[in-house]
Design a protein around this ligand. Structure first.
Ligand SMILES: Nc1ncnc2c1ncn2[C@@H]1O[C@H](COP(=O)(O)OP(=O)(O)O)[C@@H](O)[C@H]1O
Ligand SMILES: [Mg+2]
Length: 388
């Protein structure tokens, strides 16, 4: 099958699109990434998504409208990608679209008389299917949640398919808005795989950069600003006391925790330590790296021998972040996914092409040891296009 996978993460930078040729069945899936691209969100769309994802009160009507509007935007991204790839949409068999997360409560909490968990990824699949003429799978997370899982992370299915190795213990690290790891011990069965969010990826860096540049810059390109910052060890120590780091996995986090309120605290901490803007950007960058290292030391290395850390996501392009990871992890090889022929900015969209492929064939693709679900689940909802 030829499948388009689409991902737009918590950074809200845009939509990554991968074109993937897939055949076979797990654990012998044949996966070939044919092409990939990115489509940026228009500024007004990004602003509205961020407003909603920060849990600003909005009406049901506004949410409904945004859900449909994003369906149009994802459809247009799929069509633009086809044009760029010089392939007719008629030749694409399937789309897998993650959608935009605007709320995630993976662990059940008391609500209106019962323990309740929920997760909401918006962007109406029926609109994508209608506009593109391609059957579309969307809304992947609730099926896992319904079996008592966190509904996240789902990418470990792809990490396992791409990276499992008979002799090498590996960790797949994706640095998006949030950073997350998938641990794949040597010769692992799916049930040996575990995964969790380690804490901030680029989210705090992006927020500081747009604060200090008054929105003129959205992120610290190639860590140009962090490289001009001074070391702030006392400030960094305070950051590393973040209670999220100590929580035992499985755990997940997002803009609900590392959003505006957290950034306010970070700015106050910067003032207390007399940090200049670039000093604080540097500290936030090192905090991302060291919170990842902390998670590995605390929860992974005591149990598993790991030889490689395979980095993907936008943060793989941040040299200060990568250098800090390498320096703090002398006993393993820190490489980017590019070195294993998975482009760093295509890994997650490729994963949603794979998940869609599995769902289309009525096969489960959650990894219960990663999500905490009671068992396997077939993920997502299918919006059919008319047969061609
Ligand atoms: N050249 C670069 N230098 C530094 N950071 C980068 C670069 N390119 C991308 N990024 C970071 O990666 C982020 C996007 O990463 P991405 O993997 O798309 O995350 P998400 O899945 O949250 O959307 C950007 O917001 C930015 O912080
Ligand atoms: Mg992104």
């Amino acid at each position: 099958m030829l499948v388009l996978g689409m991902m737009s993460g918590t950074s809200v930078d845009g939509i990554d699109v991968s074109l993937v040729s897939i055949s076979g069945a797990s654990p012998a899936l044949n996966i070939k990434l044919l092409n990939h691209t990115g489509v940026a969100f228009a500024a007004a769309i990004r602003k509205e998504i961020l407003r909603v994802a920060e849990q600003t009160p909005i009406s049901a009507g506004e949410l409904s409208q945004l859900h449909s509007r994003l369906g149009q935007i994802y459809a247009d991204a799929a069509l633009a990608a086809c044009k760029k790839f010089r392939i007719s949409p008629n030749r694409i068999d399937l789309i897998g679209n993650h959608g935009q997360t605007i709320f995630h409560q993976g662990k059940a909490v008391p609500y209106l008389g019962a323990q309740t968990a929920s997760t909401l990824q918006i962007g109406e699949g029926a609109i994508i299917a209608a506009r593109t003429g391609i059957t579309t799978i969307s809304d992947f997370r609730p099926a896992d949640l319904a079996l008592g899982g966190n509904g996240a992370p789902l990418v470990p299915f792809a990490d396992y398919a791409l990276y499992r190795h008979p002799k090498l213990g590996r960790i797949s690290l994706n640095i998006g808005g949030i950073a997350n790891i998938t641990v794949i011990p040597a010769n692992a069965k799916p049930s040996d795989v575990f995964a969790f969010d380690t804490g901030p990826g680029n989210m705090l860096i992006d927020a500081l950069v747009s604060h200090f540049t008054r929105g003129r810059q959205r992120f610290d390109k190639n860590a140009a600003l962090a490289q001009q910052g001074r070391a702030m060890p006392a400030l960094l120590d305070e950051l590393l006391r973040d209670p999220y780091l100590k929580l035992a996995p499985p755990k997940s986090t997002g803009r609900e925790y590392y959003g505006t309120a957290y950034v306010k605290k970070l700015l106050a901490l910067g003032e207390k330590h007399h940090a200049k803007p670039n000093d604080l950007i540097r500290a936030a960058t090192l905090f991302s790296a060291l919170s990842i290292v902390d998670a590995l030391n605390r929860f992974v290395f005591p149990r598993h021998k790991i030889r490689q850390l395979i980095v993907s996501g936008g943060g793989a392009k941040n040299p200060v972040l990568l250098a800090q990871l390498s320096a703090a992890l002398p006993n393993l090889a820190v490489i980017t996914s590019d070195e294993l022929n998975v482009p760093t900015d295509a890994k997650e969209s490729l994963a949603f092409a794979l998940l869609a492929h599995e769902t289309f064939h009525n096969r489960p693709s959650n990894i219960p040891s990663a999500t905490g679900a009671r068992g396997p689940a077939i993920l997502g909802k299918i919006s059919y296009a008319l047969p061609r």
